[in-house]
Design a protein around this ligand. Structure first.
Ligand code: AKG
Length: 298
C-alpha cells in the first residue's frame, strides 16, 4: 500500500469538490500522508535571508510561534534587529494563516473543533546525532510528548519544504498504527496511583497525564529503542521536494525525518470525537485493544 496520497491543489484557499474533500479526509484519518507537491509556501524576497541556520538557537532547533503566549521563541539571542524579529514573526504567522486557510478549504468539517497550536520554522539540517534515543527523530515514531500530554486530542500537522537548493525532506513512513500497537501495547504499563497528579504538581507535565498519554509515550520510546524494528519493520522512504506541502496525523503515522533543511510546520489539535472516523484515532484504537477508557470522560 502506498501511504502517500497525492492531490494537485496549488492554492492555500483552493476550492475543492465535496467528493475530493471526502477522499482527503478518508485517506488522512486512515493514516495516509496527504502530499500536495504543487502547494508552495512562497517566501518574500526580503525573507530569503532567514534561510540560514544562524537564526536558530541550536538548543531548541525550531523557531516557534506560540499562538497563546505570542512572540517567537528559539531565535539565537543576539542576532537581528527589531525589524528582523518582526519580519521573521510575520513570515511564520503567514504560514500559520495559510495552513489554516488550507484546512478550512479541504477539511471544513474540522473547523468548529480545531485548535491552532504552535507554528515552527526549522532552519537546521535534520539532526543525525540526537542527545538521546528518545529525542532521535531519525527513528520511526508516532508523536507523544513527556511534558505536553494531549489527553487524547489529535495532532494534525501541515509541513512545507522551503529548501532553496532543491534538497528534499526525506522521511521514512512506517506501518499502520494498529499493527504497531498490536505488537507493542502489551509491553506498556498503566499509570501508578498518584503518578499523574504528582507529575502535574511538580510541573513535569503542563497538564494532567492520562493513561492514554502514558501508553502513547511508552509506545514512542519502545519503538525508538528497538533497532530491529527500526531496520526491519515495513516502511517506505519518501522525498518531499521543495515546494511541497504535506499533511499528516503525526500521533498516528509512524514517521522518521532522515535528511533535509528548511521546513515550515503548523500543528493543530482536534478532539478524537470530531473526526469523521473516530475509531481510527489512536485513543479509540488503544481503548478498544485494552477494553477500557484511557481518558477521564470530560
Ligand atoms: C517530528 O517533528 O515529530 C519529527 O519527526 C520531525 C519531522 C521533520 O523535522 O521533518
Amino acid at each position: 500500500m502506498n501511504i502517500i496520497k497525492t492531490f494537485n491543489f496549488n492554492q492555500w484557499d483552493t476550492t475543492v469538490d465535496s467528493s475530493v474533500r471526502d477522499e482527503v479526509i478518508d485517506a488522512l484519518e486512515h493514516g495516509h500522508v496527504i502530499a500536495l507537491p504543487q502547494l508552495e509556501f512562497k517566501l518574500l524576497p526580503e525573507e530569503q535571508k532567514f534561510l540560514s541556520p544562524d537564526w536558530a538557537d541550536k538548543k531548541s532547533k525550531n523557531i516557534s510561534l506560540r499562538p497563546r503566549a505570542g512572540g517567537v521563541s528559539g531565535l539565537k539571542g543576539a542576532i537581528g534587529s527589531e525589524a528582523d524579529l518582526s519580519a521573521i514573526q510575520a513570515m511564520i504567522q503567514r504560514y500559520a494563516d495559510q495552513s489554516l486557510q488550507l484546512i478550512s478549504a479541504i477539511l471544513p468539517s474540522y473547523m468548529p473543533n480545531l485548535t491552532i497550536a504552535n507554528t515552527s520554522f526549522r532552519p537546521l539540517e535534520v539532526e543525525t546525532r540526537a542527545s538521546s534515543y528518545r529525542k532521535d527523530d531519525t527513528r520511526l515514531h508516532s508523536d507523544a510528548f513527556p511534558s505536553n500530554p494531549t489527553q487524547g486530542t489529535r495532532l494534525l500537522r501541515v509541513f512545507n519544504n522551503v529548501n532553496p537548493y532543491g534538497k528534499p525532506r526525506v522521511w521514512r513512513v512506517g506501518e499502520p498504527f494498529d499493527k504497531m500497537a498490536e505488537a507493542y501495547l502489551p509491553k506498556t504499563k498503566a499509570l501508578l496511583p498518584m503518578q499523574a497528579w504528582l507529575m502535574k504538581q511538580l510541573h513535569i507535565t503542563k497538564r494532567t497525564r492520562t493513561e492514554y498519554d502514558h501508553r502513547m509515550l511508552q509506545l514512542h520510546d519502545q519503538l525508538k529503542a528497538d533497532m530491529h524494528y527500526q531496520q526491519h519493520a515495513p516502511q517506505q522512504s519518501v522525498n518531499f521536494m521543495p515546494g511541497t506541502t504535506w499533511i499528516v496525523y503525526s500521533d498516528q503515522v509512524l514517521h522518521a525525518a532522515m535528511a533535509g533543511q528548511y521546513m515550515m510546520e503548523q500543528t493543530f489539535s482536534l478532539p478524537a470525537n470530531a473526526l469523521k472516523w473516530p475509531e481510527t484515532a489512536p485513543l479509540k484504537v488503544l481503548e478498544k485493544m485494552l477494553n477500557k477508557p484511557l481518558i477521564n470522560s470530560r
